[in-house]
Write a protein that binds this ligand. Structure first.
Ligand code: GLC
Length: 511
């Protein structure tokens, strides 16, 4: 690293600190050669950004991903020093941008398993599918400690305690990174979002909600709740950490020198690199981007997820160094950390996708791990009159509810698109299909979304719950089960059928 660093120009150094969302590689249209001309160190797909043809038709296959990222890598390898770029995605519950990838329960479901070993195995499976597409970095695990169900990212946390975040987060990191980061089936993990993202107050966030808001806590409480998961992540060897949009006691985390440099890199001894969130530095001093760049880099940020105006970012960063507003030693520390990770990943030796892994994407073996995780993530809230477990050989089951035969709603946010969506968005088994696959051949399974026609069944299984959402779109103070869902439950009940309700949601709801 030091040898390479000593040969790099300032332009080459700041290029490594710049991360660009690939669809935004644009002067006019998609200008991929900027990867070479600016020496961009990292690219990403935001939620839902998959490969497209030259006329912008989506081609969401593992091969197309590997072809696209290898093409980008070709530009990086064509730079003077041939420093490979590092590509990142939000593989937060499987390689969830990729059609046909194995999808797992979100972290809230994994936390409910109380089984870190299965969390580790889920991460290992995900790492293989991510690496198969030429991607070697996931922006996961989220080790937030969500303290309110009003937060739209509640389901991205493992649960409401620091212990759940720490234990499961460490297991996920070990699963993603393995014992040797250079192994072709291991990928760089990224603990996020540092820190206190799950402790913000309603009304202080985006659009008057909670997400990206302000966490008001004294230092003792802040450390106990929101810093502990990062101590565990650093101990588990995490080599990248993403900084939170949120503030602590009014100070933006992206500008918090004491926490980023003093505590995380100093006290906890974090050796990897810090990456901003998407446009996360822009909010430090709205309208004064130069100050945003200076404040964030000097606070300890090493790589900036710009993600679009990269020429402007690079110009301002270079100017700030030549004006001595950012020291060369700070730049060298950032670039050293980034290069160290790239060497450990084996990117210099093997910059391109390992195509031998493609056949493992969505494999039966991988899906068996996901099915086990789903099974263990289910939580029985109550069981009156011994209605559960259902006995084998039951005569007839009537299935109802909007979430019964809807794969997209079952997967939630961050699936194929950023917000997720209803319907057949990818490959998987709906709850209705699973019931049909599981019962005895003699059991009759009927279905109506409304519950009509349930009369005469031995039991009604009514599957209701939330529609998909992500980030601030999920902020709400109304956690009641919807009236429409309650009406379906009532409809089946009034037909004299015992009811089993299945609640598909990213958080506890008022039922
Ligand atoms: C989003 C999220 C972050 C994600 C990043 C890239 O806004 O806050 O979790 O990793 O942008 O998609």
């Amino acid at each position: 690293v030091n040898d390479l660093l000593s040969r790099m120009t300032l332009d080459e150094k700041i290029g490594q600190m710049c991360q660009v969302n690939f669809p935004l590689l644009s002067k006019t249209g998609s200008n991929e050669s900027d990867i070479r001309d600016y020496g961009l160190g990292s690219l990403l797909s935001g939620g839902g950004d998959c490969p497209v043809t030259t006329n912008s038709v989506k081609v969401n296959t593992a091969e197309a991903w590997a072809d696209m990222i290898d093409r980008f890598q070709g530009f990086a390898m064509a730079t003077r020093l041939g420093i490979p770029m590092l590509y990142g995605v939000d593989a937060v519950h499987g390689h969830n941008n990729l059609y046909g990838a194995t999808i797992f329960p979100h972290n809230i479901g994994l936390g409910a398993m109380h089984n870190p070993d299965l969390v580790r195995r889920a991460a290992q499976v995900t790492a293989v599918e991510v690496a198969a597409t030429g991607v070697r970095w996931t922006f996961a695990p989220c080790v937030a400690v969500p303290r309110s169900e009003y937060w739209g990212r509640f389901y991205e946390g493992f649960g409401e305690t620091a212990e759940l975040a720490a234990g499961n987060g460490a297991a996920a990191i070990e699963g993603f990174q393995g014992s040797d980061l250079a192994s072709p089936t291991n990928i760089l993990a990224c603990a996020k979002h540092f820190a206190g993202d799950g402790g913000t107050a309603w009304g202080t966030g985006r659009d008057g909600g909670m997400d990206r808001g302000n966490t008001v806590l004294d230092e003792t409480a802040f450390r106990a709740l929101h810093l502990e998961p990062y101590r565990a992540a650093v101990t588990a060897g995490v080599m990248s950490i993403m900084v939170s949009y949120s503030s602590w006691n009014g100070l933006k985390m992206h500008a918090n020198t004491n926490m980023l440099t003093g505590v995380l890199k100093g006290e906890l001894g974090f050796q990897g690199f810090l990456v901003s969130d998407w446009g996360g530095i822009d909010e430090i001093t709205p309208g004064n981007y130069t100050n945003c760049v200076i404040a964030s880099i000097n606070a300890g940020l090493d790589m900036i997820m710009v993600p679009g105006e990269y020429e402007n970012f690079l110009r301002i960063l270079k100017q700030s160094v030549t004006n001595s507003l950012i020291s060369m030693s700070r730049i060298d520390d950032a670039v050293r950390r980034i290069l160290n990770v790239k060497f450990r990943l084996g990117l210099f030796e093997r910059p391109y996708a390992d195509r031998s892994l493609l056949s493992r994407v969505g494999s039966a073996e991988h899906r068996a791990v996901a099915r086990e995780a789903v099974r263990q993530s289910c939580v029985v809230l109550k069981n009156e009159d011994g209605v559960l477990p259902l006995r084998k050989g039951i005569q007839r089951i009537h299935v109802a509810g909007k979430n019964a035969d809807d794969l997209g709603s079952q997967c939630g946010g961050w699936t194929i698109s950023w917000q997720g969506g209803a319907g057949g968005i990818t490959i998987g088994t709906t709850i209705l299909e699973a019931i049909r696959n599981t019962v005895c051949p003699t059991t009759v399974v009927t279905f109506s979304e409304s519950g009509a026609g349930a009369a005469g069944a031995d039991v009604g299984i009514v599957v209701v719950g939330e529609a998909p959402y992500a980030e601030y779109y999920g902020d709400t103070q109304d956690l009641n089960l919807s009236g429409a869902d309650a009406a379906v439950i009532q409809n089946v009940k009034t037909q004299g059928v015992p009811v089993v309700t299945v609640l598909v949601s990213g958080r506890p709801l008022v039922i």
